[in-house]
Design a binder for this molecule. Structure first.
Ligand code: ATP
Length: 623
């Protein structure tokens, strides 16, 4: 890899397709198994981090499990009393008492099961919410390069899936398994008490069962790998298609979108069926094992009761305890299988949670306050993929309060300048200075506090227009918001809406046009009152007249700030003090519109293509 450039992985549709095919090098095939050595620390961490906050609920659940286990043992034991007293000794007077005890035992079991379901449900929901929040709060702080090769929907679906898996592992181990073990202890006590020999026979068959179950477990583990990825892939393809619905419709690509979705769904379905089929083998195995044990009992019990005077009550109590033990034993035999499936997701979850947030995000770094807005790029190189340069050895200065336009053909590196300035990516080589301070040493929070960005892809939160503008400066008064709205020409369209600036926007509210959204974004940036303001094709969705009005206002409002403006419209560019011309990652020229129009071939060619009036001199919006 060229040492000049930091690696950055592009979003590639082929990558998604490759993952769908499960091809070599795909995320799926790269996933590792959760070995026992890895599983233990994962499980330990899950429990240590998540259970203590719910210990009171957990204790309540444990008491319920103990009560339910005791009641289950008692309900097997009462069989002996019932058969021997009522049917062998024919004691009719005992019927009422024994029936009352049976009803009492069932009542205890029912109440314990109800309370346990309620408590584990509460614990599960609390853990799922907490794990989702922890993952999301980490993901939004990732370096943007982490988002380059994954669709956002994939991140979100993974977060949801991982959190559910984490809660399942915790509850399977600390609640369901504990409850099953307690029930088995209670039933085994009854069994040993009735006949130690018969108990031994049943225990002897268990290793055979466990070996077979182990083999199936390994197969399921292999199949479960990548199930999460496939689910996320389906969501990602579906979301992508809906997001791009206008393009899909205009190119009549509905069939292609449906086919690609169906392909992903089909792959997921096949994987699900395979897992299901393999899991299903567990049941016949356990049934056959159980049948074998019961057959042996009958032979042994007949011999005992015919020759050695064992009572039918003892035999019934034993069989009942054994049958009751079947379900919890089956669940315990499957614990490893169930957990293995979930541990793959838990590992992904901790991978997300443990991924370092962008360097020096949050604490640390030099402070940056009261700045003039001087910017200096010194020999800056950067590559997104580690090989092809997006910027190569770029150096330039921006004076405080200068209005700088950045132009270039598509892919020339204009947005990369903005990404570097905001430290959304770090330069592979060279340095960037803000007011003379190396930006790499400045606290990331301070860099972003001092720069306001209006980007080409406007993002508005669901809420009112006013709330969205206020995001620029959370403590701003209504008057300040309204003044920013006036400057950015938001008021001109908001006054036509029933609720003005208090109109709801976003999925549940009014849908604004692309240009209206851009004006809200400009108002938000103006309100921020940062010493440096960047417009990255901020007016691309506005018509010529509106664009000029908004940019006049934006430049005027920013007269005391440094402005960097990436634009394709000559009217905006002419208004700048100086223009930088980029081509294929290189800074090829800089000067005023008049100078560049005379001497810079690339500048001329850019604007000759779209704007014939290139040689007309431009009006300066500010001196
Ligand atoms: N996320 C990314 N992953 C990989 N390569 C990227 C990424 N973003 C940009 N590039 C590449 O870096 C180079 C510079 O891109 P940049 O977005 O800075 O160009 P631009 O001049 O802003 O283009 P446009 O005017 O089309 O927005 C291009 O060759 C582009 O393909």
């Amino acid at each position: 890899m060229d040492s000049d450039f930091v690696p950055f992985h592009p979003t590639k549709p082929e990558r998604i397709a490759k993952e769908l095919r499960g091809g070599k090098g795909s995320a799926m095939s790269a996933k590792k198994r959760i070995s026992a050595a890895l599983a233990y620390p994962l499980v330990r961490r899950l429990i240590v981090e998540n259970l203590p906050p719910h210990k009171m609920l957990y204790l309540t659940g444990l008491l319920c499990s103990i009560a339910a286990a005791g009641a289950t043992g008692a309900s097997a034991w009462i069989m002996k009393v019932m058969i021997n007293t009522i049917y062998v000794e024919r004691n009719a007077a005992a019927v009422w008492g024994i029936s009352a005890v049976i009803i009492g035992i069932s009542l205890i079991k029912g109440i314990a099961a109800y309370s346990q379901t309620i408590t584990t449900g509460k614990i599960r929901r609390a853990i799922v919410s907490d794990l989702q929040n922890r993952q999301f709060s980490r993901v939004v702080r990732f370096d943007i390069s982490r988002f380059a090769n994954q669709h956002p929907a994939k991140f979100v679906s993974k977060i949801m899936f991982n959190a559910r898996a984490g809660a399942s592992v915790i509850l399977t181990l600390t609640s369901n398994t504990v409850s099953d073990v307690l029930t088995l202890i209670s039933l085994t006590t009854v069994m040993i008490n009735q006949d130690p020999m018969m108990s031994l026979i049943s225990v002897a068959v268990l290793p055979v069962l466990f070996v077979s179950v182990g083999a199936i477990t390994r197969k399921i583990k292999a199949l479960a790998k990548g199930e999460t990825e496939l689910a996320a892939m389906v969501q990602s393809i579906g979301t992508e298609a809906i997001e791009g619905i206008r393009t899909i419709k205009s190119f009549q690509l509905e069939d292609k979108a449906v086919a690609s979705f169906a392909k992903a769904v089909g792959k997921m379905e096949r994987r699900g069926i395979q897992i299901n089929r393999t899991s299903a083998m567990m049941s016949p195995l356990m049934e056959t094992g159980g049948g074998l044990i019961i057959g042996l009992f009958i032979i042994y019990a007949s011999w005992q009761s015919l020759g050695n005077g064992k009572t039918p009550g003892e035999f019934m109590a034993f069989i009942t305890a054994f049958l009751f033990a079947y379900e919890p034993a089956k669940r315990l035999a499957r614990v490893n299988v169930d957990i293995q499936k979930q541990l793959v997701a838990v590992e992904q979850m901790y991978h997300l949670i443990d991924t370092p947030v962008q360097q020096s995000q949050g604490a640390g770094g030099e402070r940056l306050s009261g700045i003039q807005g001087a910017i200096r790029f010194e020999g800056v190189s950067f590559s997104y993929d580690g090989s092809s340069p997006a910027l190569h050895h770029v150096s330039f200065d921006v004076r405080p309060r200068e209005k700088l336009a950045v132009v270039g053909r598509s892919g020339a590196g204009k947005t990369t300048i903005v990404n570097l300035l905001l430290r959304l990516v770090e330069p592979g080589k060279g340095n960037i200075f803000i007011d003379g301070k190396d930006s790499a040493a400045i606290s990331l929070a301070d860099i972003r506090n001092n720069i306001a960005l209006v980007s080409q892809d406007v993002f508005l939160f669901e809420g009112t227009i006013r709330d969205n503008i206020r995001d620029g400066r959370p403590g701003a008064s209504d008057a300040q918001i309204e003044s920013a709205a006036d400057l950015a020409q938001v008021s001109s369209f908001a006054s036509g809406l029933e609720n003005g600036l208090d109109t709801l926007v976003g999925p549940g509210g009014t849908n604004l046009s692309g240009g209206q959204k851009q004006r809200v974004a400009i108002a938000r940036a103006l309100l921020k009152n940062a010493p440096i303001i960047i417009y990255d094709e901020a007016t691309s969705a506005l018509d010529g007249e509106n664009e000029r009005a908004v940019m006049d206002a934006a430049f005027d409002a920013a007269s005391q700030r440094t402005v960097i403006c990436i634009a394709h419209r000559l009217s905006t560019i002419k208004a700048a003090d100086r223009i930088l011309v980029f081509d294929a990652g290189l800074l090829v020229d800089s000067g005023t519109h008049e100078e560049l129009a005379k001497r810079c071939e690339i500048y001329r060619s850019i604007f000759h293509l779209s704007t014939p009036e290139v040689v007309q001199s431009g009006r300066k919006l500010r001196a």
